[in-house]
Design a protein around this ligand. Structure first.
Ligand SMILES: Cc1cc2nc3c(=O)[nH]c(=O)nc-3n(C[C@H](O)[C@H](O)[C@H](O)COP(=O)(O)OP(=O)(O)OC[C@H]3O[C@@H](n4cnc5c(N)ncnc54)[C@H](O)[C@@H]3O)c2cc1C
Ligand code: SF4
Length: 585
């Protein structure tokens, strides 16, 4: 279906750029306030149920779920031995995807690296250019941050505090929980606040063994807190409750939308208000500025299919293109008034870029489960989360901040161990006997926000639409490497404490970017000299410009960011609507 012609004569109350977690939430909140909103999305509107095919059996897929011939997804070694842009050296592959695009179900969701190059230091940049962005395939772990994160500087003296406290954002986390649905179990931890949970999933035998084994160490393993509705949402006709089909771990997304995704969770309901105009295939290339007032006046974009250019006008502009793309867009929006890019008088746009370090992990076995009858364990939208325990009550001598583990165990369609060597009846017997007894977990740790970790525009390389590519200047530092050593040691120590047989322990750190939790490129703060946005994600320099995605984070914490992105965005959009009504923007 052709995209609608946008009414260029109209001045929208708000023009939103990007339709993922942040842009979708902005559309929901602002249309609920009765504002006339235009949502510009660079990618296509996909028939997402057709893409995800959650219930398709591997043998019904021509490639057993793998990529078709002529397509390639980058692996860890390739990220290590090549430098971006990752096109050269892969000439035989017509389509080239990031490491996450390694299945037939992802190939239309993640970008083709050839059309969307970037340069600089090694970075596994995962982008999803389609309606809903990365929320179509996200892992769903939905965690809150706490004052251990918002006020981290007060605890260890490093970096900056956020301009908000947990009490400012807590009511908005509640709103997100209730509007979108989340499953989990209350633990009453000060560093990982509870949500308003729907029906929890169950831990299986090996997971309970680990949970109990580490209790004596004061460590907490809890059910995966998934951004999934397990009880259903009466107010949303586009989403079903989770039927525990266990398919989400195989295919990335959920074709009945029990797992939150931005289109069904936020954008379709916003369209039902009659206040939202959606235009997909619309690549924003510049935020335009009124030279008289210095305020944002609208957005200049290119139709990704026809290559035609358009300019739309808005009373406010809301940037939600995802952390790195948002920084790129601000840097692209240079003008006589803003020669360093928009909202960049501090020089901090693109800087303080941070995320999570990944790689260290442990795999083991609950030997008492070997030979036991199989159990139905994969009917869950997630397994377990082992919460942060470093630098809470005590100070670690070698590093600051913390990390948590995501892991799982149990029977599944492709049980771990199927890569064991052997053949015939004895091989099958070996697999059957051991399946269900394996357990593994991997860590996600905070990468410190540092000014010298940054992105800027490449002076030469451009994308398919002639827009300058992003250039990375980003590396993990000593704190991260020391933390990674500790991740390996504690993973091993906890499996031992629980009496699990250790099969494999690794301290190998994955390429920068692997966590897909990029943050911090337009951070919030009270000081306009060292931050880009105020506590409402409003530009210090341009008061009708808001940047409502992970760019605003002051530090990465070690908790996954998406629930916080949406809670912050809700708070900021309430503020925006209020200010607009008072004619203050
Ligand atoms: C495989 C995977 C697993 C993940 N697991 C988790 C998890 O367990 N927990 C968690 O918290 N997070 C997870 N994430 C991260 C999560 O998806 C992101 O934090 C979240 O989607 C960020 O929302 P966003 O709106 O900032 O960006 P996105 O969701 O990426 O949306 C940005 C949108 O902006 C559009 N856009 C970009 N540039 C332009 C432009 N110039 N003009 C117009 N539109 C533009 C893009 O096409 C895209 O649709 C995961 C991500 C992936 C891919
Ligand atoms: S387990 Fe639940 S969330 Fe996952 S694909 Fe199935 S229904 Fe969707």
């Amino acid at each position: 279906m052709a995209d609608p012609e946008v009414d260029l004569s109209k001045k929208y109350d708000a023009v939103i750029i990007g339709s993922g977690a942040a842009g979708g939430m902005a559309a929901h909140v602002l249309t609920t306030h009765g504002l006339q909103v235009l949502l510009l999305e660079a990618g296509k509107k996909l028939n997402i149920e057709q893409e995800l095919r959650s219930m398709e059996w591997p043998y019904d897929n021509a490639n057993r779920g793998g990529l078709p011939p002529g397509s390639h997804s980058l692996n860890h070694n390739e990220y290590t031995i090549r430098r971006p842009p990752y096109g050269p050296g892969f000439e035989k592959s017509k389509n080239l995807y990031s490491y996450i695009g390694n299945s037939d179900y992802m190939k239309n969701i993640v970008v083709n690296e050839r059309d969307n190059p970037y340069t600089g230091t090694n970075y596994a940049w995962v982008r999803a250019r389609c309606l809903g962005g990365k929320t179509n395939i996200w892992g769903r772990l939905a965690l809150r941050l706490s004052d251990y994160d918002f006020k981290a500087k007060d605890r260890d003296g490093y970096g900056e505090n956020w301009p908000i406290s947990y009490s400012d954002i807590a009511p908005y986390y509640d709103k997100v929980d209730l509007y979108l649905g989340i499953t989990g179990v209350k633990e009453n931890l000060p560093h990982l606040p509870d949500s308003i949970f729907q029906r929890p999933t169950k831990l299986n035998c090996a997971e309970v063994t680990l949970k109990q084994g580490i209790q004596k160490m004061g460590r907490v393993l809890t059910q995966y807190r998934a951004g999934v509705t397990t009880d259903g949402l009466k107010h949303n006709k586009y989403r079903s409750r989770c039927y525990g089909r266990g398919a989400c771990s195989r295919k990335g997304g959920c074709d009945i939308h029990a797992a939150f995704d931005s289109p069904t969770g936020l954008i379709y309901p916003a369209m039902d208000t009659g206040n939202l105009t959606l235009r997909t295939n619309s690549v924003a290339r510049e935020i335009t500025v009124d030279p008289e007032t210095g305020k944002a006046s609208g957005v200049h974009f290119t139709d990704s299919q026809t290559m035609k250019d358009y300019t739309v006008r808005g009373k406010t502009v809301i940037v939600a293109a995802s952390t790195l793309e948002s920084a790129r867009l601000l840097l692209l929006s240079k003008s006589r008034l803003y020669p360093n890019g928009l909202a960049n008088s501090s020089g901090h746009v693109g800087h303080n870029f941070c995320e999570h370090i990944m790689g260290p992990h442990v795999a083991g076995q609950a030997t008492d489960l070997v030979g036991k009858p199989p159990t139905l364990d994969d009917g869950r939208p997630g397994s377990f989360y082992l919460t942060r325990f470093r630098n809470l009550a005590e100070k670690h001598p070698k590093f600051i901040r913390g990390y948590g583990f995501e892991g799982g165990s149990g029977s599944s369609m492709f049980p771990p161990g199927t890569d064991s060597s052997g053949f015939g009846a004895s091989f099958k017997e070996e697999i059957r006997k051991n399946q269900g007894s394996y357990i593994a977990m991997g860590a996600f740790g905070e990468v410190l926000s540092r000014y010298e970790n940054f992105v800027d525009l490449d002076p030469v390389v451009k994308d398919k639409w002639g827009i300058p590519a992003l250039r990375f200047h980003y590396k993990f530092g000593d704190n991260e490497h020391r933390m990674a050593e500790d991740m390996k040691e504690t993973a091993q120590e906890m499996f031992e404490a629980a009496g699990l047989k250790i099969i494999f322990v690794s301290d190998r750190v994955l390429t920068e970017g692997w966590s897909i939790h990029e943050l911090g490129t337009a951070r919030m703060g009270n000081d306009a000299k060292t931050s880009v946005l105020n506590q409402f994600q409003q530009s210090h320099d341009v008061k009708n410009l808001f940047v409502v995605d992970g760019s605003a984070f002051v530090n990465a914490s070690c908790q996954n960011p998406t629930w916080t992105i949406m809670a912050l965005c809700w708070r900021s959009c309430d503020y925006l609507a209020d200010q607009l009504a008072k004619n203050e923007l």
